[in-house]
Ligand binder design. Structure first.
Ligand SMILES: Cc1ncc(COP(=O)(O)O)c(C=O)c1O
Length: 394
């Protein structure tokens, strides 16, 4: 038998999905398991969005659409980008995709190739480094220290830039740390991108889930940076629409045209009636976003305080998204329930097996010494899960 491609061999399987599968097995076995590994809001999609999809199906809106998305949705996206982010785009600058993941993937594939370097701030969202590897480019990791609120140090960023730097993947708020960059910090990153002429793939998927500070799009710092930026966003997190698979990108027309070619030969259009639902999400009432944000904020405050009260564990207060990076370094080398905790994977594995609490090892995000906890869970589950963690490390 001939070998599989080197491309897929280079990729790591998603550790978050592996944990999730283990968690589901425990639930099937009837265990009272608590999942802190999820990356999706635990709220229902707002009713008016569901109704728009149902109406579209009832009206027979079930055929192929233009691969890049229906005009009505592109218009709604342009209006959103103008109103929320002060960005001027026309529908020609927009591509609608299957979740934010697909536009991200197509942006990397359109911009990067063998010989290129892509700067990946670390801890990173699990898929960024793998997406870069698919393009045959090389990820260049810039470690964001906890002491610096998990944000890039400018000096480290400058050190990472070379003539081969093709792009940086930039997000704020960041998954997994919840870090938020200020407008001033972003401006400097934008200036570096312009000065050294590299692209910015700006993942703004957590834009609406901010508790401290405010969202600014890096593309908004002038024409030169906008020319080099692909803004990616989607409905998964802001509208609790993870399963619908709906996202989009905005960029200069030549980048969108390249992404469109890839999409046209792979998935074609995102689901027709989901596009109608997406129009409803962008043009309809937004009160559900604010109420979800407020609930997340309460849970964040509770989780952060509780973790910092547990001896041996600590965490920073994340400014956005719905994750906490819990520092477990003080436990390394210690024996818990007969097992020596050596790294984040052994901690997460033991915790899951002994207490049925699922967390994601920091190594999945390139950050050993931490585990990620999601607070997209009920207050009761958060309290109970943290109680079990406290017992486990006692
Ligand atoms: C940082 C980040 N970007 C993008 C995505 C992809 O989102 P979507 O569900 O829209 O594909 C996720 C999902 O977890 C994420 O955390």
């Amino acid at each position: 038998m001939k070998k599989l491609s080197a491309r897929t061999n280079r990729l790591s399987p998603s550790m978050t999905l592996a944990i999730s599968a283990k968690f589901k097995t425990l639930v099937r076995e009837g265990k009272d398991a608590i999942n802190f590994s999820v990356g999706e809001p635990d709220f229902d999609t707002p009713r008016h969005i569901c109704e728009a999809a149902i109406e579209a199906i009832n009206c027979g809106f079930t055929r192929y659409t233009t691969a890049s998305g229906i005009p009505e949705l592109k218009e709604a996206i342009c209006n959103k980008l103008k109103e929320d982010n002060g960005l001027d785009y026309t529908p020609k600058n927009i591509i609608v995709g299957t979740g934010a993941k697909q536009p991200l993937f197509n942006a990397f594939l359109s911009l990067c190739e063998d010989g290129d370097e892509v700067i990946v701030p670390t801890p990173y969202w699990v898929s960024y480094s793998e997406m870069v590897k698919v393009t045959d480019a090389t990820p260049v990791y810039v470690v964001c220290q906890e002491e610096n609120d998990f944000k890039m140090d400018l000096h480290d960023l400058k050190q990472a830039i070379t003539p081969r730097t093709k792009a940086i993947i930039f997000s704020s708020p960041v998954n997994p740390t919840g870090a938020i960059y200020t407008a001033d910090e972003m401006k400097v990153i934008a200036e570096l991108a312009v000065e050294h002429d590299f692209y910015v793939i700006a993942d703004e998927i957590y834009e609406k889930l901010i508790y401290d500070g405010e969202h600014v799009s890096i593309a908004s710092f002038g024409a030169e940076i906008k020319k080099r930026t692909v803004v990616v966003n989607g409905m998964s997190k802001a509208y609790a629409m993870t399963g619908w698979r709906m996202g989009y990108a905005a960029a200069p027309t030549e980048i969108i045209a390249a992404m469109n070619k890839l999409q046209g030969h792979s998935t074609s259009n995102p689901t027709s009636f989901v596009q109608k639902a997406a129009v409803a999400s962008l043009t309809g009432p937004k009160d559900s976003i604010e109420s979800m944000r407020q609930q997340f904020e309460k849970r964040r405050n509770f989780m952060v305080k509780t973790i910092n009260d547990i001896p041996g564990l600590s965490c920073r207060k994340p400014g956005g998204a719905f994750y906490v990076m819990m520092n477990i370094k003080a436990l390394f080398g210690r024996e818990i329930n007969g097992v020596v905790i050596e790294d984040s994977l052994s901690f997460a594995t033991e915790l899951l097996e002994k207490t049925f609490v699922a967390v994601v090892p920091g190594s999945a995000f390139g950050a050993e010494g931490y585990v990620r906890l999601s607070y997209a869970n009920s207050m009761e589950n958060i309290a109970e899960g943290l109680r079990r963690i406290a017992d486990f490390v006692k």
